[in-house]
Design a protein around this ligand. Structure first.
Ligand SMILES: NC(=O)c1ccc[n+]([C@@H]2O[C@H](COP(=O)([O-])OP(=O)(O)OC[C@H]3O[C@@H](n4cnc5c(N)ncnc54)[C@H](OP(=O)(O)O)[C@@H]3O)[C@@H](O)[C@H]2O)c1
Length: 277
């Protein structure tokens, strides 16, 4: 698999997001936890070395499954987690960025992942946050100084917020939405690439939306003779050598399609079909 350096780890550019391992809307238990653990083990056995998770998936469920399935963790596995939000009973996300909430979230992730330090923590920018993003990043930098965190990343940020965060502390990665159905993150991707900061494209399949049977992706995939998901992810990987994708799936068959993305080479005809030309 082609690789990328993130937070001191060299990992394959196709990672794995854990949100789909929990119940609907990332709340509660999955119907078949054993199968979710098999999906995780298959991912790592197939070469995935980047896992994106959060204590608020479940809450606590995704991290618990990761620990159950993957401990003892491979020494070259990078587990990235996220803080800055908590869940509402209806599945929504609200800001939780007061210093005590950030500290609690770090300890919650340490406990549920069963690790002594968090390798990479993405600080999620929340539109309803009552305090400025850079202050939140400053609090997380203090938690790193205490030895609880190795590296800090930013998530859901603009170019301006990325630069503000860089003024506070070293930023190891950016995690933003980016896929064929939403390229509004292009400016942040380009800025991060110029700075040499890896960009983790979250929701890289548009939560499945880019794969509809009558979509451009489905048609172009038929032309290319590959699975639609593999093509959609390959397109994302082509946008920058500094980009990794973290597709989420609860299915081992889908996982195989997603991992195949790394070997898909787009030609002019397929690119034109994806562009709707
Ligand atoms: N930082 C943030 O704010 C943020 C926000 C959202 C997500 N994330 C991260 O990004 C990860 C990915 O996002 P996501 O899970 O929301 O969306 P996604 O990866 O774009 O798409 C997941 C959806 O696509 C389906 N799928 C996956 N692989 C497929 C394949 N090969 N063929 C057909 N369908 C496939 C999944 O269903 P099946 O289970 O049936 O495969 C699921 O419905 C999350 O797990 C999470 O780690 C981060």
């Amino acid at each position: 698999m082609t690789t990328i350096d993130i937070a001191g780890s060299r990992v394959g550019r196709v990672g794995f997001g854990t949100m789909q391992l929990t119940g609907p809307r990332a709340l509660g238990e999955p119907s078949d936890p054993g199968e979710m653990r098999r999906v995780l083990r298959t991912a790592v056995e197939s070469g995935v070395r980047l896992i994106d998770t959060s204590g608020y998936y479940g809450p606590g469920v995704a991290n618990r499954l990761v620990a159950e399935a993957l401990r003892p963790y491979a020494t070259d596995l990078l587990i990235a987690t996220k803080i800055g939000a908590v869940r509402t009973p209806d599945g929504g996300f609200v800001a939780a960025v007061e210093p005590a909430a950030l500290r609690a979230a770090v300890h919650d992730n340490l406990r549920t992942l069963r690790v002594e330090r968090l390798q990479l923590v993405h600080v999620r920018n929340m539109p309803d946050a009552p305090i400025p993003y850079e202050e939140t990043v400053g609090v997380v930098a203090d938690l790193r100084a205490e030895g609880l965190i190795d590296s800090i990343g930013v998530s859901n940020v603009s170019v301006e917020l990325l630069d503000q965060a860089r003024g506070i502390t070293e930023i190891a990665s950016v995690e933003n939405e980016f896929h064929l159905g939403d390229t509004s993150g292009r400016a942040v991707l380009d800025h991060a690439t110029e700075l040499g900061i890896p960009f983790l494209a979250f929701r890289p399949l548009g939560n499945g939306g880019v794969l509809a049977p009558d979509s451009r992706v489905a048609k172009a995939a038929a032309t290319a003779g590959v699975a639609p998901a593999a093509l959609a992810l390959a397109w994302a990987l082509e946008q920058s050598p500094g980009l990794a994708v973290i597709p989420g799936t609860s299915s081992r068959a889908h996982l195989r399609d997603n991992l195949a993305a790394d070997a898909v080479v787009l030609d002019g005809r397929v690119r034109a079909e994806l562009a709707g030309e």
